[in-house]
Design a protein. Sequence first.
Length: 150
Amino acid sequence: MIAPERWYEHQKNFQRYGFDMKPEPERTLRTNRKRAAKRRVGPTGDGKKLAFSTVLVVGIAMIMLIIITAYSAGIRYDVNSMIKENQALMGEIENLEVKVFSANNVDYVEGKAIGELAMIYPADENRIHLTSDDIPEPGFADIIREKAYN
């Protein structure tokens, strides 16, 4: 049997240490761990502010880059659509120029005059030939105007 003094000591140790009846390892290791955990590996203080501001500036720059790219794509689309419209208008202008040229062509005018207006070339006896003597004197238009309105 155990002596009563030892029994009281045994009970204190059992309450203090549990079944092993051995003291726990010293807490010095644990405090070292806490100190190691408290030590920061990354930036501290001003370094954190600098890192945060750098990340913020880079993020804003990337967002601005995306916005600028989208805006330029919209402008590029507008320019391409205007180029297509200009090409269509240039095609219409070319068609109209061809029509104007064909309408001003002598053969076209003669065909219209003969076909629709029943005009014919005059015979030799119906032609008038002008010489330099037949040129009216200056102010001839004023004389004709006076006669026309009186």
